[in-house]
Structures are given as C-alpha cells and as structure tokens.
Design a protein around this ligand. Sequence first.
Ligand SMILES: NC(=O)c1ccc[n+]([C@@H]2O[C@H](COP(=O)([O-])OP(=O)(O)OC[C@H]3O[C@@H](n4cnc5c(N)ncnc54)[C@H](OP(=O)(O)O)[C@@H]3O)[C@@H](O)[C@H]2O)c1
Length: 248
Amino acid sequence: MAKYRRLRANRVALITGAGLRLGRAMALDLANQAFDLVLHANRSAKAVETLAKELRAQGRAVKVLKADLSNARQAEKLAREAWAAFGGVDLLVNNAGIFGPTPLEKLNAAALDEYYAVNLRAPYILAAELGRRMRAGKGGSIVNLACVSAAKPWKDYVPYSISKAGVAALTVGLAKLLAPKVRVNAIAPGTVLPPEDMPARQREALRARLPLQRLGRPEDIVRALRYLVAADFVTGQVLYVDGGRSVV
Ligand SMILES: NC(=O)c1ccc[n+]([C@@H]2O[C@H](COP(=O)([O-])OP(=O)(O)OC[C@H]3O[C@@H](n4cnc5c(N)ncnc54)[C@H](OP(=O)(O)O)[C@@H]3O)[C@@H](O)[C@H]2O)c1
C-alpha cells in the first residue's frame, strides 16, 4: 500500500456528495473546524467548485474529485485519489446517496442493484479502502449517513430502506474490525430536507407525527457530525437524529 507524506498539518476530511444540501452544510462546518477538505461530486461539479472557491477564500486547502459512485472502480479510485490529495485522510463522511420510492411492480433485481451500488457498496468500498489506510497510519474516523428507515423499513421504499439497513450493519461491523485506531459511526436522519417536490400536505403530516413536532434542519445533522467527530469514546453507534420518529 502506497505511503504518502502528510502535506499539511491540518486534519483532512473527505465528504462525498458535497455540492448540495446536507453534504454542503457538513462541508462548511468541517471547514469551520479547520479541516482541509476533499470534496466529492458527481453531477454537481459546478456547485462543488463554487463551494471549494468559497472555502479556499477562508484559507482552507480544498481538492475536488469527481466520481460516479454507482461504479465500484470509480469508488476505489476516489479513495486512492482522496488519500493522495493531502497525504492522508482523517475523516471520511459517506454522505452521497440516492432516495426514492419503489412500487411493488418495480420491485426487481435492477431496483435493488441501483440502491445497493450507490448507498451501500460505495460507502463500503470507501470505508474499507480508507479505513485500512487510517488503521495502518495514525488512525481516523468514519461517519456514514444512514436513515431512520434502517431500523423501520418503509413499505414503499424497500430497496432504499434495505440499503440504509446495510449502512447501519456496515457501521457496526467496521467499528469492530477497525478498532482501536479508527472509529466508525453513523447518523440516521429523519426527514430533514425532504425532496423538493414533496407536497406541503405530506410534509405537514410527517411533522405532526413526530414527538418533537418539527422536521429536521441541516444544523441538526451538522451538530450530530460535530459530536461524532469529537466523541473519541464512541464507536459502532447509529445516532438517530429524527425528532423522535424512531421511537414511535
Ligand atoms: N435529506 C434528508 O432528509 C435525509 C433523510 C434521511 C437520510 N438522509 C441521508 O443523508 C445523506 C444526505 O442527504 P441529502 O438529502 O442531502 O442527499 P441528496 O441530496 O439526495 O444526495 C446527496 C448527493 O449524493 C450524490 N450522489 C447521488 N448519486 C450518486 C452517484 N451515482 N455517484 C456519486 N454521487 C452520487 C449526489 O451528488 P451530485 O449532485 O454531485 O451528483 C447528491 O448531491 C444521504 O445519504 C441520505 O440518504 C437524508
């Protein structure tokens, strides 16, 4: 395995799907915590370049890498290139993912393969490739984005829910395998940023069912990530940040 000389003193984070929404919010907060960043994007190359420019203006070192994570080879290449960018990675945030319903008539092999490839296989490859290097080096931390549906799969979202249940299992398995030098945890968001085309009525129905009576905000996820990055006695945990949805 290639060894790289650390190029800067700062901690380095790779965050996948960093151009928009939760990925962007977490990247901004990691930059505020003085992480240098490897920002990954697939289709949102423009958005991620804009974000990189903003962060460089704040004094952060930023590398942008493109990969289609439905392709295993590209996921492996992303891990190699991310490690090489600054001579190491201290934090991997497996954020990129796809989301959507699968009606019963489309519950076929292709539907499962699609969610499996992006939501589970890619985080698995990145965590294995980078976790191995972290463990052989000075250690590190991995945070996966799961979902509240990992614990209670949704009937209209079976392939998606299965992929996120896999992310929860990946988190626990790797936490044991990579300990003690590498911690592995997950955040399981409830509804934070619903799809932009979700009708207001559906949004309100979701909100009304929650013990905490509000949908999540990106800051809720950002705070959870901050906690897991700092919590050096915590590994193998799936932290539900869901307004209480997982307990009702
Ligand atoms: N938002 C929520 O309320 C919520 C709830 C539960 C769980 N989560 C989980 O939290 C994470 C972030 O949520 P989000 O809503 O911000 O996610 P999102 O907007 O749906 O997707 C995040 C990014 O994933 C990347 N992505 C999708 N397919 C890809 C592919 N084939 N190759 C590479 N990248 C790909 C996209 O990057 P490009 O745009 O560059 O293509 C996209 O911007 C996801 O894992 C999601 O499942 C979110």
